[in-house]
Design a protein around this ligand. Structure first.
Ligand code: HEC
Ligand code: HEC
Length: 182
């Protein structure tokens, strides 16, 4: 009887530890469902239109509430200083695709982290403003990003993440141009 109590107590401690690591008990229990990395872009129109000026950011890199703000005619007319507006039909397809595949809709590792990181507060309009993403790049010196002709901006994910298009952002697939040893 006593042993049973001790093992139950131990189990409870283990679960609560796991819960802290995963940030919620539910997610700790659902870990087997969690998948690696991030879903690559599968929609042709999205890839074409949203990959025309920069890396085609996977919808799983931002929560739905961010895509809702970014993907309106009004917002796209002044999209970070550029006109990226789309016709009605294309906007609908891209909006629906982004919302259906937003961070909180995915079991993939990076999307989970981003969904948790953006659950509270104003929706970020940039991936580079997501707390989790900021934290991961915090230590990289400015000269390797802004001062680096082959990178220029942290927004150019694929300049350093060699498998970004496949949705892989793992440290093992990172190589900063001009700083191969970083
Ligand atoms: C006409 C060019 C152009 C098109 C087309 C375009 N963008 Fe952008 N986008 C930009 C520029 C410029 C920036 C700012 C880049 C920077 O600060 O380095 C940007 C930034 C972004 C960012 C923020 C990146 C960050 O810093 O985290 C997101 C998200 C984004 N675009 C999504 C989209 C989506 C989705 C589409 C398709 C509907 C799209 N863009 C189409 C020019 C464009
Ligand atoms: C200047 C090069 C550079 C650019 C540009 C860049 N990253 Fe990174 N990123 C890195 C490095 C280096 C690391 C590894 C940091 C560390 O030591 O943990 C990293 C780590 C990450 C991680 C965590 C990986 C892990 O294994 O924990 C994610 C997720 C990530 N980056 C996403 C992005 C996204 C999304 C973009 C674009 C919006 C981006 N990065 C742009 C260099 C870059």
């Amino acid at each position: 009887m006593k042993m049973q109590f001790i093992s139950a107590a131990l189990l409870a401690v283990c679960i609560s530890q796991a819960a802290v690591a995963e940030e919620s008990l539910l997610w700790a229990l659902m870990t087997p469902l969690r998948q690696k990395e991030l879903v690559p872009v599968e929609n042709k129109l999205y890839k074409q239109e949203c990959g025309a000026c920069h890396f085609a950011y996977q919808p799983g890199l931002l929560p739905g509430k961010s895509w809702q703000k970014l993907l309106t005619h009004e917002a796209l007319l002044d999209h970070f200083g550029e006109d990226a507006d789309l016709d009605q039909e294309a906007l609908k397809e891209i909006y629906d695709y982004a919302l259906a595949n937003a961070a909180e809709k995915s079991y993939h590792k990076r999307s989970r982290k981003i969904a948790i990181s953006t659950a509270e507060g104003e929706p970020p309009l940039r991936i580079t403003e997501v707390r989790y993403i900021k934290r991961k790049h915090h230590d990289i010196p400015d000269k390797m990003i802004k001062g680096n002709k082959k990178v220029k901006s942290l927004s150019n994910c694929n300049a350093c993440h060699t498998e970004a298009a496949e949705g892989v952002f793992d440290e093992d697939a990172v190589s900063i141009p001009n700083y191969p040893k970083y």
